[in-house]
Design a protein around this ligand. Structure first.
Ligand code: HEM
Length: 153
């Protein structure tokens, strides 16, 4: 049992690191560099973002499956009851996770639309994609803070 929990916790944290780390790298490192480097660099950035979408879904599944396993294996978990801080933190984190998944869908859709959109429409899709990425980062940081607090309760 301890081994299963160790594997779940490790993969849970790894999934979070890939998802949040990748979005932060794109927003804070790659994008500020490529957006002033001309059309070729911007095309490369679009390809990087599109490729990273697959990693987002891998992380989503990893976090979800390991989260559910840890939840079901925890003596503190009671279905649809929030008697203590641990279960309240878990509940809020699950809501954030669903929101992050919705923004991940929106982000992936905007990246696809950016391929065909030009002029004003292309600009709007690019703006929305960046916006959804930033919102996902903020939600992810909040979920990490809640996750870390679960162990303190
Ligand atoms: C983006 C969303 C999520 C983030 C950032 C996140 C983050 C974390 C972090 C940082 C921990 C603490 C690990 C530790 O202290 O070793 C944790 C633990 C945990 N997470 Fe998540 N998590 C997310 C989604 C979920 C979901 C969707 C579930 C359930 C379906 C879940 C269930 C759990 C459970 C049960 C624990 C173990 C708590 C304990 O130690 O008792 N997490 N999570």
């Amino acid at each position: 049992m301890t081994f299963v929990l160790w594997v779940c916790r490790s993969m849970h944290i790894f999934g979070v690191t890939v998802w949040l780390g990748g979005l932060m790298f794109q927003s804070a490192v790659a994008l500020p560099v490529t957006q002033f480097e001309g059309a070729e660099a911007q095309m490369a950035m679009r390809k990087i973002s599109r490729r990273f979408v697959d990693f987002i879904w891998m992380s989503v599944w990893t976090i979800c499956i390991t989260g559910v396993l840890m939840m079901l294996l925890s003596p503190r978990f009671v279905w649809f009851q929030y008697p203590d801080q641990w279960s309240v933190l878990l509940g809020v984190k699950q809501v954030i996770f669903v929101l992050m998944m919705l923004y991940a869908f929106g982000h992936a859709r905007m990246l696809r639309l950016m391929e065909t959109g030009s002029g004003e429409a292309g600009e709007l899709f690019r703006h929305r994609a960046n916006q959804f990425r930033k919102i996902s980062i903020a939600l992810g940081i909040l979920a990490v803070l809640l996750g870390a607090a679960m162990n303190l309760s």
